[in-house]
Design a protein around this ligand. Sequence first.
Ligand code: FE
Ligand code: CA
Length: 529
Amino acid sequence: MKKTLCSTGSHSSITQSAVNRRRFLSGMGALSGLALTGHFPHYAQTGATKFAADPFSLGVASGDPLPDGVVLWTRLAPDPLNGGGMPSQAVTVKWEIATDERMKEIAQRGSAVAAPEFGHSVHVEVKGLKPGRWYWYRFMVGSAVSPIGRTRTAPALNARLERLGFAFASCQHYETGYFTAYKHLADEQLDFVVHLGDYIYEGAPAANRPRKHNSPEIISLEDYRNRYALYKSDPDLKLAHAAFPWIVTWDDHEVDNNYANDVPEDKQTRSAFLERRAHAYQAYYEHMPLRRSSLPRGSELRLYRRLRFGDLAEFSVLDTRQYRTDQPCGDGNKSLCPEALNPQATMMGAEQERWLFNNLDRSKALWNVIAQQVMMARWDSGPGLEQRLSMDKWGAYPAALNRFLNLLRERKPSNPVVLTGDIHSNWVADLKADFNNPDSAVVGTEFVGTSITSGGDGMDMRPDVEQQMGENPHIKFFNSQRGYVRCHITPKQWQTDFRIVAAVTKRDEPINTRASFVVESGKPGPVSA
Ligand code: FE
Ligand code: CA
């Protein structure tokens, strides 16, 4: 499918945008007279906009596939690293979606408003498409034309699906390496991509890294916009977005390292932090292919949601940052302090937890996927009798973890598989009914995916992990190189392939499969393939 994407490649889009720029500057006024169908129908007026450069510098994306539609995304940003470079007026953007890669067989077209209040981002919720098939789409503003993206609708809800393929990724620190993994990901045969957070990092530039952040630590809305623009300018990331619909959720670095609900890592007051969180959440919405149901409301944004793929799989996508109780014993790795045993401790908040448990209890899907952020399986990094757990993960919230594990044990949802990001390493784990009891049943499987770049090149086995493997017998695999995780599901079996690049501090490294694991339907727990 690579060749269908050639118009999104960096070389052709540079040429194309130069042509577009000339044509656009000579063709002003073409925007008037369009029917408005976007978020902001009150913007009847569009300014006479002149772009100094390609307004589609951040590429295109699509996401959250339904059987009859997807979200199409772009953001107009002719000067992406300096606030976008757009005038203060709203601008009408035309879009079209076709059944062929050359955009000849148009299935639908329309227009949407790119409003300054949302950074001139565009979110189109296309409806009325056919289930389980590929589409191609693009945007036009004046005479500027975006690259062509490819997307795919979900299968019909009652479809008896024989196969589903996707990949999941997380943690793409711009400074610590090149997004080579995404170029390889764009070549995979997949139905969609799941992103588990740390899409950006909030920090200031650091010395001696292959690439550089564009500002000190980000606080304001403009800071966050410019940081997303830096990341989204990456050609490999643009390729991966243009190749598949994405299902995204966030972790901490989209706002601030290890934040919990309204508690920051940095020394900010609660109100200052909530203002910062509002900026961060808004910029996240502006740069992701999300539905209106995720429109930011002040410092809140509803991100948790469910996606279904025929009778084969249901994805519950979680947000374990916005509603969690604060890390009970401070950050870092340590023994649980008494406060950790608080039965009120929560990772999801009461409402999301009820929602998830209801999903799992009522689901008719064969595979029930929980796409979330931090590791669930216990990792005791304390040698011998000392038990040392990471305070940011589920293990430091035992009441919340046990409510989830009890649900798996008691209600037995079909084939639960947890997907996790956050820790820049690949792990495969049995989920035990009770991690305090090594003899307790295996009630599910967890696959933790490594980073795209965060942490630099990494290594295969880490000495500190190797040393503790014997104390954590439910852990079946570890690797800390960079890449993504590819999954193929059939009614009989789940297969996970850990795809790793040789290095990220050098460009254009090849990709390989480091290990593969399978889960047989009806038999919880992963087995080496
Ligand atoms: Fe990370
Ligand atoms: Ca120990």
